[in-house]
Design a protein around this ligand. Structure first.
Ligand SMILES: [Zn+2]
Length: 242
């Protein structure tokens, strides 16, 4: 099994996530906007540089805005300036992008490619494989106490049902929401499948989930997964998972 974790929005609590991942020897990817128009704070340049020593940093637009509501020029501006802003902090290129709110269409995918990103991560869930397009990278589950109804709603929304049905079944059968990821992981422990957990550190804080997150990572580490960043899995993992 390949374990991937990615964390959106660049909230300062990302540093606590990074410490936790490092304790279990896991890598990870942090998608960071330059500013957050929703009002939440974003990591400082020095904190971002610290994080980048051990983890992948990716783009998440300039202002953390949903791109589907913008005209073409503004879409390009948000993607490109978000990339340049983070690169200025880091002093090097970033290659990964994550669509805010998972909002994406064909012209947004093109803009991400034209801006020099190698992949785009979506919020499609319940996938343990990589599909063919690096600009539509799916995930397995958001680290969030979703109800079963929400899982089913997301399942119906994103299609690829035959690839996702078995994972939905496992997630729904798990006794508690925090057992879902370990149950899915145990089912794929000896495979080349990709378990991609994504989340927001500000939600882990808001809902008091730090202890549960640590316990989940501990259970994952007992399965001895290979740990990859999203960039690594977007090339290598896709090849293995097919
Ligand atoms: Zn976001």
């Amino acid at each position: 099994m390949i374990l991937v974790t990615s964390w959106d929005d660049g909230h300062p609590h990302d540093e606590r996530i990074a410490d936790m991942l490092a304790r279990y020897g896991f890598s990870g990817t942090f998608f960071v906007p330059v500013r957050n128009s929703e009002g939440r704070p974003v990591l400082s340049g020095s904190a971002l540089r610290r994080l980048s020593h051990s983890f992948e940093i990716g783009g998440h637009t300039l202002d953390h805005v949903y791109l589907t509501g913008l005209d073409k020029k503004e879409v390009h501006h948000q993607i490109r300036c978000g990339k340049e802003g983070v690169e200025q902090y880091l002093g090097r290129e970033i290659k990964g992008f994550c669509y805010p709110g998972g909002r994406v269409n064909a012209s947004i995918r093109d803009a991400v490619l034209e801006s020099g990103f190698c992949y785009g991560r979506t919020i499609e869930n319940l996938r343990i494989d990589c599909n063919g397009s690096p600009y539509s990278l799916p995930t397995t589950l958001q680290y969030f106490p979703h109800t079963k109804d929400i899982l089913v709603k997301n399942f119906l929304r994103y299609g690829s049902w035959s690839r996702r049905a078995a994972t939905l079944k496992l997630a729904i059968q798990a006794e508690n929401w925090w057992d879902r990821l370990p149950v899915i992981a145990e089912s794929m422990a000896h495979t080349n499948g990709v378990l991609h957990i994504w989340g927001h550190s500000w939600e882990v804080e808001k809902y008091g989930l730090w202890n549960k997150l640590e316990q989940m990572l501990k259970r994952m580490s007992s399965l001895r997964p290979a740990s990859m960043t999203v960039l690594e899995v977007s090339s290598e993992g896709c090849r293995l998972g097919r």
